[in-house]
Design a protein around this ligand. Sequence first.
Ligand code: ADP
Ligand code: MG
Length: 268
Amino acid sequence: MREGTVPRAGVSLDGVSKVFGSASAPVVALERVDLTIGDGEFVAVVGPSGCGKSTLMRLISRLSMPTSGEIAVFGDRSAKPPADMSIVFQSHVLLAWRTIVENVLFPADMVGVSKAELRGRARELLASVGLGDFADRYPHELSGGMKQRAAIARALLLEPRLLLMDEPFGALDALTREQMRVDLEALWLKNRMTVLFITHSIDEAVLLADRVIVMTPRPGRIERIMDIDMARPRGLAARRNPEFLRKSEEITDIFLSRGVLHGEAQAT
Ligand code: ADP
Ligand code: MG
């Protein structure tokens, strides 16, 4: 990055590579990834299965170390997990024996903050994800979408500056997924945390993000970074926006040219 033009960086990766396996049979999961995510920016990463999306997220969260290159999170280059970070995975991992509000309060236990102080916030967060009436229920009483909403509320409890989401809607049906997308945008507009949203859905990436990072099949590399120029809130109507159609098509073309998608019907 040039001197004097440095924006407040949320996350920056500089020549980051990750190689698994042995020297004789290396698996290159990520190759020389350079990326800067601005503080408060919503960035989506889209790419086929196995292209290194989860690896990228694990590196940023310090669950895993890069083979080479440097990573900084809010200027911190140390190897410990960033304090201001939360992660939402595809599966909600709620604790079956805790009520929903106690699940949302779980991070308070982890960092040793008094739950009494955060109980009000936990209930507010549940209300903001449409679960106000379910705070005292148990996970088995909720649908898949509701559980994932609770997981998002839990991730927001300690007001993270960085929210990492790894295919958070991947296990949900299409209608629920659409609603979750609209609601996530509303939450983000209110909180303005830095979001890295990983998905294999082209639509979801374009509809949600300020910028979309398009990745190619292994070895995972950034193929293109696209600005998505659509006013917010985008809501449901964004699907009819010419910008959405244009950018989705552009990404589809990249995947076609890389053999990730095939244009012709396959003979059966
Ligand atoms: P994605 O999330 O895009 O589906 P991943 O980041 O999970 O992809 O994986 C990228 C590549 O790295 C895959 O080929 C996968 O098999 C390999 N990989 C991921 N984690 C490990 C690991 N712990 N050990 C060995 N190979 C791994
Ligand atoms: Mg993955």
